[in-house]
Write a protein that binds this ligand. Structure first.
Ligand code: NAD
Length: 357
């Protein structure tokens, strides 16, 4: 099939997506007919994909059973996720109907560097200092931080991003604890990190950073119970997925000063807010609104991935995934239905077990 005849319905488009995808699509090996839509993908908006063979979707699009059924009825053959996480895709519903690809790696540096930025900003109160000085207030009262050197950092999830974060930490003279369902002992030796059970990581860390995917098993891994185990004043960083943290429990921890600071690039109920300009409206979500009141909390709008390099790579890999599908090549970035989002997996979505099983 000629590529110019392959229609791609691109949902939740922002100007920057369009810029990078149009640039990548100029390459003669792609040249797809991409239709950019600002609307998010939902069961109701799925009808827009009518006549498209491919749907390109992002982190807050709704790929529930209902949407997938609708896309299948519209003749869509492939869902091309332009992100790494796929917790919003009902893989079981797609099995036998649609194949699902993703971009498993675009720039682990983008997210890992951003995580470090959150940590340094929170610890040294850069966010508050910036505002204070602009008001001609040159006081440093309340900005007392701590030396990271000598502290213990707990990293949950030592995949591409977690390990890149650990590499960045090498320059800080910290002790690194790690937890992963699949420990990488060689990397542990190379990067001077110690794998410990999750509870031990919670008990011993001064800073805890989440870098694991969201799965049905680890939803609210940070809750009242796990917070109770942590050191008083612990810093929590989440650049992974919002639902790893039970936000009301986090708020209680912050109020009781058990949590010293939180850097959140993701939030469980982010769908209605993140990536959108809501500056003219009041926030209906009381949990988000409360989080935004703490001076020791930074919430950002799922932007850790957002670098030139990552955007270029996302566009390139997504178009390559689509090309490979239509050329009948092996889909190296297909998601395994059998894993059903339980954990990160580089396997297949046509029912073949993934390589890790
Ligand atoms: P990855 O697949 O390379 O690594 C994930 C690691 O987590 C693996 O080692 C896996 O074994 C481990 N893991 C799985 N379940 C776990 C559990 N319950 N407890 C502990 N470890 C577990 O993924 P990655 O590229 O490093 O990305 C990690 C996550 O970061 C993604 O799943 C995604 O949710 C998030 N992410 C966020 C952004 C952003 O902009 N904020 C961008 C990209 C990715």
């Amino acid at each position: 099939m000629k590529h110019s005849k392959i229609k791609v319905a691109f949902f939740d488009t922002k100007p920057y997506d369009r810029q990078f995808f149009e640039a990548a699509n100029r390459d003669p090996q792609y040249g797809f007919d991409i239709r950019f839509y600002e609307t998010r993908l939902t069961p109701a908006s799925a009808a827009i994909a009518d006549g498209s063979q491919v749907v390109c979707a992002f982190v807050n699009d709704d790929l529930s059973e209902k949407t997938i059924r609708k896309l299948h009825e519209e003749g869509v053959k492939l869902i091309a996720m332009r992100c790494a996480g796929y917790n919003n895709v009902n893989l079981a519903a797609a099995l036998g109907k649609l194949r699902v690809v993703r971009v498993p790696e675009y720039s682990p540096h983008a997210v890992a560097e951003y995580t470090m930025g959150l940590l340094l900003t929170l610890n040294r109160n850069l966010h508050r200092a910036y505002c204070r000085v602009r008001e001609n207030n040159f006081s440093i009262n309340g900005f007392l931080g701590f030396d990271l050197c000598g502290k213990t950092i707990g990293v949950v999830g030592t995949g591409k991003i977690g390990l890149t974060f650990v590499e960045i930490l090498q320059g800080f003279g910290v002790k690194i604890l790690a937890y992963d369902l699949f420990p990488k002992q060689e990397e542990a030796k190379r990067l001077h990190m110690e794998y410990v059970p999750l509870e031990e990581l919670f008990r011993r860390s001064d800073v805890i950073s989440l870098h694991c995917p969201l799965t049905p098993e680890n939803r609210h891994m940070i809750d009242k119970k796990s917070i109770a185990l942590m050191k008083p004043g612990v810093f929590l960083l989440n650049t992974s997925r919002g639902a790893l943290i039970d936000a009301p429990a986090l708020i209680q921890g912050l109020k009781k000063k058990k949590i010293g600071a939180a850097g959140l690039d993701v939030y469980e109920e982010e769908t209605d807010y993140f990536f959108e300009d809501k500056s003219d409206a009041a926030i209906d979500d009381d949990v988000l609104a409360r989080l935004l009141t703490f001076p020791n909390v930074i919430v950002t709008s799922h932007q850790a991935f957002f670098t030139r390099e990552a955007e270029t790579s996302i566009a390139e890999v997504t178009l390559r995934n689509i090309r490979d599908f239509f050329q009948g090549k092996e889909l190296v970035n297909e998601i395994c239905h059998l894993c059903d989002g339980k954990r990160s997996c580089p396997g297949k979505s046509n029912g073949t077990p993934c390589r890790k099983k």
